[in-house]
Design a protein around this ligand. Sequence first.
Ligand SMILES: NC(=O)C1=CN([C@@H]2O[C@H](COP(=O)(O)OP(=O)(O)OC[C@H]3O[C@@H](n4cnc5c(N)ncnc54)[C@H](OP(=O)(O)O)[C@@H]3O)[C@@H](O)[C@H]2O)C=CC1
Ligand SMILES: O=C1O[C@H](COP(=O)(O)O)[C@@H](O)[C@H](O)[C@H]1O
Length: 486
Amino acid sequence: MVSRVIPVDPFDLVIFGGTGDLARRKILPALFRRFCAGQMEDNSRIIGAARADMDDAGYRDFVREAIAEFNTGPATCEAGTVDGFLERVGYVAVDAMGEDGWEELGRRMRDRNVVQAFYFSVGPSLFGALAERLHAHGMAGEGTRIVVEKPFGRDEASARALNATLAEHFDESQIYRIDHYLGKETVQNLMAVRFGNMLFEPLWNSQYVDHIQITVAETVGVGGRGEYYDKSGAMRDMMQNHLMQLLCLIAMEPPAKFDPDAVRDEKLKVIRALDPVEPQDIVRGQYTGGDGQPDYRTQVENPDSRTESFVALKARISNWRWAGTPFYLRTGKRLRAKVSEIAVVFKETPHSIFTEDAGRHRNILTIRLQPNEGMDLGVTIKEPGPGGMRLVDVPLDMTFADALGPDAEDVPDAYERLIMDVIRGNQTLFMRGDEVVAAWAWTDPIIAAWEERGEAPKPYDSGSSGPEDALALLHHDGRRWRDIRV
Ligand SMILES: NC(=O)C1=CN([C@@H]2O[C@H](COP(=O)(O)OP(=O)(O)OC[C@H]3O[C@@H](n4cnc5c(N)ncnc54)[C@H](OP(=O)(O)O)[C@@H]3O)[C@@H](O)[C@H]2O)C=CC1
Ligand SMILES: O=C1O[C@H](COP(=O)(O)O)[C@@H](O)[C@H](O)[C@H]1O
């Protein structure tokens, strides 16, 4: 199978925060890989922007180093190609909060008949200021797009306020709110599997599905982002956005068509149908030290921190399709393995024709986001050999790399795909303003209740599966979490 790369229209992409961690590790390598794949026309340009005093040549050196350190792309990128990419790279020193650099940026962007996009890869307190200045300096024209990084607010009120500020200068159709989980290959495959096959949709409801588990487990700790993370925690950092988006895609009704607003309307209905979460249905955790790694509090330099690095909860969706089917969601740092997966656990057959020795069995559809992207469907069959009818569960395995060959290894990473979608003007994989607000409206009371109770998170060992209480969350319901393992 040969994958087709369709070049995007020529573009100028300005990366505010072009010298920051995200630009270095993700955005610049992603652009380089799209260049290597032949998706960037000659006339396209990338302009880094930050306060640091640097010229074009200095920034090209910075980008060269970022690519050398963080490009994990396919071998098709020849070493010499980096120079070709760097010819398209420039830099303007700009202060989001002042007047420095804006005229020069405006001059560089003027009279360019290409798509113009501005990536806000700076701290969230600067998002509004950037929008205002782009407008004031004549760079917020009709065709302009802005890409807004997370976090999009820290509660419903601040998300609404940010929406309103951006809306003063940009139409909703120009605003691309990034959730990089939506750019992951398997996440999109989830829609293909649900809505491109007859097989699953008739069973996709509470009549046949016992429960659904969504796990996003990381092995890393908070790293150098302690200052940000300690004010956020797992609930704001991961649950309100990434896990919520996965929940929406799993639970939503089929959209009438695969277009941005049709998909986002259906996701919004799911969020609005979520019940409030009861205190007994949620567990927070914080990692202790181990394996030569510091504990959470040491890492964030806050000995009294009550911020959670782990959260597990039971969510319920009050609609016809899902009434009675719980959704168990968990995410955390410093866990046993880096695993992101969704498991749809079907009910047992209503009656077993086999003896008790055969045991009770369930089909489980597992959608693996990372690693080993793919899906498998656990099917019950007869255990081979003599000795009566014993049943065993085996996976019908579709690991993409096996099923699709080398093409599956060349799939663009989330940032590559999402940035190209910005240039194409396709908002399907970006969050709409009302979605973000609705997600906060569900999250806020959960956080407010913790704060009111002054509850400390439960400690858990680094390298474990999270606090014991999280296991109990499912045990109480006669269920168990899937193992966190690769
Ligand atoms: N890093 C990550 O893994 C992730 C980051 N994000 C989000 O991406 C955004 C950027 O994060 P990250 O790269 O880690 O942050 P960093 O602190 O590493 O970088 C911040 C960038 O913003 C620039 N900057 C700061 N103040 C100004 C200003 N007044 N005017 C213009 N530029 C300014 C800095 O350069 P200078 O100081 O020279 O101006 C620097 O380039 C944040 O919103 C973050 O939440 C989201 C997901 C993951
Ligand atoms: O947005 C974020 O995501 C990363 C996890 O992303 P992944 O693609 O590596 O699964 C997380 O580490 C970070 O805290 C969060 O801000």
